[in-house]
Design a protein around this ligand. Structure first.
Ligand code: PEP
Length: 253
């Protein structure tokens, strides 16, 4: 039995109208409203946060956003602040997803600013890291992941690190149907925990939750989540359908 409680988050990306988001959240709520064995987080697009928040209000299901700006307010057209997310009762925010790093130029320094701003506003950051296929095949996986972890989490206190969730998402496994084997994933999770131990200490490293993400399905979730350093998952495609998401959540027990 692991000391850490598993956490499974659904990243809905740029999918679902408000009506579709409500329907999906209601279906998930019907099954998981009172389920306490795994922390469950729904991350709809900004436009559906209020509606999904209303559906899950009063349950054990938490709300998360997929991104935010680091400033409190100001002339940042199109951006959303940490306080605005708290206003909508978000408790989590995904930061530095590989799609944001790849298409929107997010660097470790930007992710670091966002992580600090999130924590200062009582939002738990889900900080994503992971190597590309080319980086893995050229033997640079460990270096790339360590650099992302150190850069994205630089300057966080021990208390802040414990509040932070790290999502290891090999870029080659996201949305591709190619899952890392449980052994491949476990190897990197252990490596990340080792980096946290060097950045902080053993107690912090053993407390930080590290999710796996990348083509997780109901059929492979249990094996992945049972690895000693894997504490649940960040789920993309399979989170868009209630039954598969619920089955993945229940695999985290
Ligand atoms: C993700 O984008 O965070 C993700 C893991 O996607 P998928 O589950 O579709 O691979």
């Amino acid at each position: 039995m692991k000391k850490r409680k598993a956490i499974v988050a659904g990243n809905w990306k740029m999918n679902k109208t408000v009506a579709e988001a409500i329907a999906l959240a209601q279906e998930i709520k019907r099954d998981l409203a009172d389920f306490r064995d795994v922390d469950v987080v729904l991350c709809p697009p900004f436009t559906a946060l209020k509606a999904v928040g209303d559906v899950v209000s009063g349950t054990h299901i938490d709300l998360g956003a997929q991104n935010m700006h680091w400033e409190k307010s100001g002339a940042f057209t199109g951006e959303v602040s940490p306080g605005m997310l708290r206003d909508l009762f978000c408790h989590y925010v995904i930061l530095g997803h590989s799609e944001r790093r790849q298409y929107f130029g997010e660097t470790d320094a930007i992710v670091n600013k966002k992580a600090k701003a999130a924590l200062a506003s009582n939002l738990k950051p889900i900080v994503c890291v992971g190597e590309t296929l080319q980086e893995r095949e050229s033997g640079r996986m460990a270096h790339v992941v360590e650099t992302q972890v150190r850069g994205s989490l630089a300057g966080l206190s021990a208390r802040e690190l414990v509040e932070t969730i790290i999502a290891y998402e090999p870029v080659w496994a996201i949305g591709t149907g190619k899952t890392a084997t449980s052994a491949q994933a476990q190897e990197v999770h252990a490596l990340i925990r080792g980096v946290i131990q060097i950045m902080a200490d053993e107690t912090v490293a053993q407390s930080v939750r590290i999710q796996y993400g990348g083509s997780v399905k109901a059929s492979n979730a249990r094996e992945l989540f049972s690895q000693p350093d894997i504490d649940g998952g960040l789920i993309g495609g399979a989170a868009l359908e209630a039954r598969s998401f619920i089955d993945i959540v229940r695999a985290g027990v």
